[in-house]
Design a protein around this ligand. Structure first.
Ligand code: SAM
Length: 288
């Protein structure tokens, strides 16, 4: 790992964190998903999973008190764009990292930023302990953008990570799996024990690496159709996919598309692979 300036203090223990919260009289907010990570080993594992280089530009959503921000800057990355929604944390973060020009701190709702800004994320990695309430929509937005980041190293609730890792014909396989598969392939993951967070959350968490595919699952212009089709296909899991899709596509076009994708007309969506969905969408995108 590369090294960088050491002008801000780490925040790796529960007592460090409690002290900072007490000094500033901060009550953590459940609705903002404020379960802060205070375990040095887990922070190190997250940083290792990011495989950082000195050229890396990092998007960090929800820096909180900045434990991960500190490690990222310490690792010598080129830039950290940290977006935090809680106004109370902005002065703390400014104070903590003010001397580091590589940090671009924005007070904003990260979901609005990724939705509204047509930014080219190609040279970026996202490394974040995400706010759990908006974690899924944020990563879906990044997967749907024409120029997604090269890697996401994200901590989320285990239930969501299972959906990102899911194989066809399993309970967790569904819309989220497929929308992320548009741009990313899941790699290594590890669980993070609940007591590494303060306050201790009521759900399990894990960190996963998602790498950008060398080529997207479907051409970018077909992504909106892919999204529409997958949402309809999974709108009633127990129903045959053909019957659901018939609501929006003509039967003869669907029959041809199912044959091209080698999908039985009686199949449920949960058994259809990402590659089969891609073939279906290609077929339905072709001129009639
Ligand atoms: N990175 C810190 C850590 O690891 O200890 C904090 C992680 S905490 C799980 C999630 C953070 O996201 C909180 O600081 C919270 O205020 C912030 N947050 C919540 N919703 C947000 C949003 N829509 N946009 C940006 N930040 C948000």
């Amino acid at each position: 790992m590369i090294s960088g300036p050491q002008n801000h203090h780490p925040l790796k223990t529960l007592s460090d964190m409690r002290r900072v919260l007490d000094v500033h009289g901060l009550q953590l907010s459940k609705s903002l998903g404020q379960n802060f990570l205070h375990d040095g080993n887990q922070l190190r594992r997250i940083i290792q999973a990011a495989e950082l280089t000195s050229n890396d530009r990092i998007l960090e959503i929800g820096p909180g008190l900045g434990p991960l921000t500190h490690e990222l800057l310490q690792a010598g990355v080129a830039e950290v764009l940290a977006i935090e929604k809680d106004a109370r944390l902005i002065p703390l973060l400014k104070d903590r990292f003010q001397s580091d020009e590589r940090l671009n701190l924005q007070h904003a709702d990260a979901l609005e930023v990724v939705r509204s800004e047509a930014r080219d994320w190609t040279g970026w990695k996202m490394v974040a302990n995400l706010p759990y309430s908006v974690g899924s929509p944020i990563i879906v937005e990044l997967s749907l953008t024409p120029t997604p980041p090269e890697r996401l190293v994200i901590t989320l609730q285990w239930e969501v990570i299972q959906r990102l890792l899911a194989q066809p014909d399993t309970d967790h396989y569904g819309i989220l799996t497929l929308l992320l598969a548009l741009s990313f392939e899941p790699g290594d993951w590890f669980k993070i024990p609940r007591d590494c967070f303060f306050p201790v959350p009521d759900v399990d968490s894990a960190c996963v690496v998602l790498r950008r595919r060398p080529t997207p699952l479907v051409p970018r212009e077909q992504a909106p159709l892919f999204r529409r089709l997958v949402k309809l296909a999974f709108s009633q899991r127990r129903k045959m996919m053909f019957k659901l899709l018939k609501q929006q596509w003509p039967v003869d076009r669907l029959t041809t598309a199912f044959a091209q994708a080698d999908i039985a007309l009686t199949q449920r969506a949960e058994k259809v692979t990402p590659a089969q969905f891609a073939t279906l969408v290609a077929s339905l995108s072709a001129p009639a």
